[in-house]
Write a protein that binds this ligand. Sequence first.
Ligand SMILES: Nc1ncnc2c1ncn2[C@@H]1O[C@H](COP(=O)(O)OP(=O)(O)O)[C@@H](O)[C@H]1O
Ligand SMILES: [Mg+2]
Length: 234
Amino acid sequence: MTDIDPRPSVIEERLRRVKRIIAVTGWKGGIGKSVTASTLALLLAKRGCRTGLFDLDFAGASDHLILGAKGLFPKEEKGLEPPVHEGVKFMSVVFFSENKAVPLRGANVSDAIIELLAITQWGELDYLVLDMPPGINDAALDVMRFARKAEVLAVTTPSVLAHDVLARSMELYRKLNVPVLGVIENMSDGASAPGAAAVIKKDPGLEAALGRPAALLKTAFAKGLARALPALGL
Ligand SMILES: Nc1ncnc2c1ncn2[C@@H]1O[C@H](COP(=O)(O)OP(=O)(O)O)[C@@H](O)[C@H]1O
Ligand SMILES: [Mg+2]
């Protein structure tokens, strides 16, 4: 049956004019994937790059809150055209969940994500940033399978547990031939993850800047991320 699944070729066509896809991943929730993905998208757009951001975290979509994107909805135009917010083409699963927690199980999450990848019209982009569901589960693996160009940007915290899970996840990505741009250790307290390309400290000013993109870009967090980009090949 998989042979006649039209979705891979539809998605390939949809993403054909996207130069690079950056999948921001991490092993669990609450470690800074969304602030990293949202801030990265703002930084790239500010640089003049055509940028998209896609929040794929059904369990905890939050990029719309971080970016203060209220009252937006995609336009129906031979598929869905993402609204533009702060110079970023923005899509989120939250547009389709009406802000309720979405009680989807694994296979349904995968299906919904694949459906959205198939209907979204990104057009011409230099970067598409994906805010991934936490962990390496079916949904995350499907995104990698369908968005073939995706490169992983991993976020971790200083915990020993985090390092261990991260090492195993990176090993899996290597086996799947998914390029890994690097690891950002976020909310660092000084110690750093083995092999971390960048270390971002805990920023007491970040919380107050959420929802206000201009203020967000002035935080120590955003400045730390901006400094880290060259080491990550961005
Ligand atoms: N470096 C940091 N300093 C201070 N707070 C941070 C930092 N990184 C993330 N946070 C905060 O941690 C919380 C979780 O971040 P979030 O990006 O939503 O994580 P995830 O997407 O991994 O669930 C948010 O309230 C965010 O503002
Ligand atoms: Mg998140």
